[in-house]
Design a protein around this ligand. Structure first.
Ligand code: ATP
Length: 325
């Protein structure tokens, strides 16, 4: 049995726990303690605050999920003054071994550990994800995360990508019109301009413009999500329907590009929020509408992550994969 300090560092919160990797390889997470990043000067002081809450010496193994690229000498957290220098992590945090992964990469690692109760079936055959081969993970949150998970006899490989920045491809007349409107604001309209938390606002404003309606510009995205999910505003509901269509299209595109015949997984904070809406939306129709590949697309299981701490579980899974295999 190995204990690991696992932390999931986002722009707003850092979530800490002690993860236990059992001898059979399974991972349990302990109590999750959430600290506001802005309340601490650095990861080191948040780490110390977590240690004080735990009340015993922390394990010497660490798994860190970080909301930003993890391939430089100095890592800067978006929307926070925290800076990480991977070289100094062992001495500063008192660790013998550690693993550092990008936050969406952690979600991909988490997929290797999630059971049927941690995911909801969306479309395709109602069977588990393939345990070998390639899986696409697509997660709308503050942006649009895209990762590729590959498993074979050599183990697990996770490739994080910048798939959220590919071009938005309209598929019907209304999307043509939405693209035209969005192009007035953005030189190039990437798929993340629609399929992300803030993307709902862009869709809403574009639909309003198409209908010739005046809506206040720059409406708060969280409020708009509430309106859309409650169904209390016609245009916000229409924007949510369009969001689900665009998510279906891009999830299918990523699956084709990755050759992800073992499955497609929808994750991200927004994914979880639309868990009840996605199955009754046009998502599945758009996911499979890939011309000559339509029949093949219907054979791929598509799931939605409902597990609440994929970042922590995934960080611990990445550590286990690297150090405990
Ligand atoms: N009630 C809500 N609270 C916060 N965000 C919401 C809410 N409803 C919808 N959203 C949308 O979800 C987006 C945040 O997504 P998510 O929860 O995945 O965050 P994230 O990308 O994981 O970032 P972080 O964990 O660093 O906060 C926001 O940009 C917002 O548009």
């Amino acid at each position: 049995m190995t204990e690991i300090v696992a932390v999931d560092i986002g722009g707003t919160n850092a979530r800490f726990t002690i993860a236990t990797v059992r001898d059979n390889g399974s991972i349990d997470l302990g109590e999750v303690i959430t600290l506001a990043t802005h309340a601490y000067a650095s990861l080191r002081s948040a780490w110390a605050a977590f240690a004080a809450r735990i009340g015993r010496p922390l394990p010497k193994d660490g798994a860190i999920s970080f909301a930003g690229p993890v391939d430089g000498a100095v890592l800067k957290l978006t929307n926070s003054p925290w800076v990480l220098r991977p070289e100094l992590i062992p001495s500063v945090l008192g660790l013998d071994r550690y693993e550092l992964v990008n936050d969406f990469g952690a979600v991909a690692y988490a997929v290797t550990r999630l059971g049927p109760n941690d995911m909801r079936h969306l479309c395709g055959p109602d069977e588990p994800l393939g345990d070998t081969g390639t899986i696409s993970i697509v997660g709308p949150g503050t942006g649009l995360g895209v990762a590729q998970l590959h498993r074979d006899e050599r183990g697990v490989t996770v490739i994080t990508t910048e798939g959220g920045h590919i071009d938005f491809a309209p598929l019907d007349r209304l999307e043509d019109q939405m693209l035209e409107r969005m192009r007035e604001r953005y030189r190039r309209v990437s798929i993340e301009r629609l399929v992300s938390g803030p993307g709902l606002v862009n869709i809403y404003e574009a639909l309003a413009a198409v209908e010739g309606r005046t809506v206040p510009l720059g409406v708060d995205d969280k409020k708009l999500w509430q309106l859309a999910l409650s169904g209390s505003d016609v245009l916000a509901s229409a924007a949510l329907d369009r969001f689900c269509l665009a998510l279906g299209s891009v999830a299918g595109d990523m699956t084709l590009a990755h050759g992800a015949w073992a499955g497609t997984v929808i994750a991200g904070g927004v994914g979880a929020r639309i868990a009840d809406h996605l199955p009754i939306s046009g998502f599945a129709g758009r996911y499979t509408a890939k011309g000559r590949f339509e029949a093949r697309m219907t054979k791929i299981p598509v799931k939605l992550v409902t597990y609440d701490q994929p970042g922590l579980l995934g960080a611990a899974a990445a550590f286990a994969e690297k150090h405990l295999r």
